[in-house]
Design a protein. Sequence first.
Length: 125
Amino acid sequence: MMKQEFEQLIGKEVSYDTFRIYEEMYLAAPESVTKQVFVQMLNIDAIPESEEAIERKEREAERIQQIKRDIADVKEMIKDTKEDLERYKQWSKDDEYWKSSVRIKRQQLERLQARLRELRWIIAK
């Protein structure tokens, strides 16, 4: 059994030393024991995951939390921009000066909505 194959079967990344221990156990098992049966006999929760894998998962969890905070920030900016846009629309009815501001706010809103879609897409992966 190869290390990657073992990791796929147990659903964890392990250190090479840990793999060697379980490989020796597998090789000592009777020939009738398949890899899948061998893995079923293991207490997978007791198999330690490699430190690199744990660190990678922690970094990924922090990255996802940061993206979630960014999503909340963008949502708040969208809300504020929509409020400004509505106010500028009202003002533009009375004064031509505000029409360019309405156009600018619409463009700003489109960019923020695109950013929100992008962040949601990233986190969905």
